[in-house]
Ligand binder design. Sequence first.
Ligand SMILES: O=C(O)C[C@H]1C=CC(=O)O1
Length: 94
Amino acid sequence: MLFMVRMDVNVPPDFDSDTFEKLKQTEKARAEDLQRSGKWQHLWRIAGQYANISIFDVSDAAELHDILINLPLFPFMSTEVTALCRHPSAIIDD
Ligand SMILES: O=C(O)C[C@H]1C=CC(=O)O1
C-alpha cells in the first residue's frame, strides 16, 4: 500500500542543540536504511519549511504506523497520513 506522509518538525527553542544534532544524524541513517529497503520511496523537502512530503510503500497502515512512531525525530514531529491508490489515467505503472 502506498501512503503519502507529510512530516512537520517542531523543535522547542530551548531544546539542547547538541542532543538535537545527534537525533538528526540517527534520523538520517534510519531514513536512508528505509529508502534502501524500498519502504520509503520518496523524500522531498517542502521548500522553505522544516517539513517533508514522503511516499511510503508498506504492507498496511499498521506497518506505516510502526515506522513513523519509531523515527528518532517522531517526538518532534506532527504527521499527516494520506492513503493513495492508482489513478485510472496514470500512465506510469510503478
Ligand atoms: O528532515 C526532515 O524532514 C525530518 C526527517 C525525515 C527524514 C530525515 O532525515 O529527517
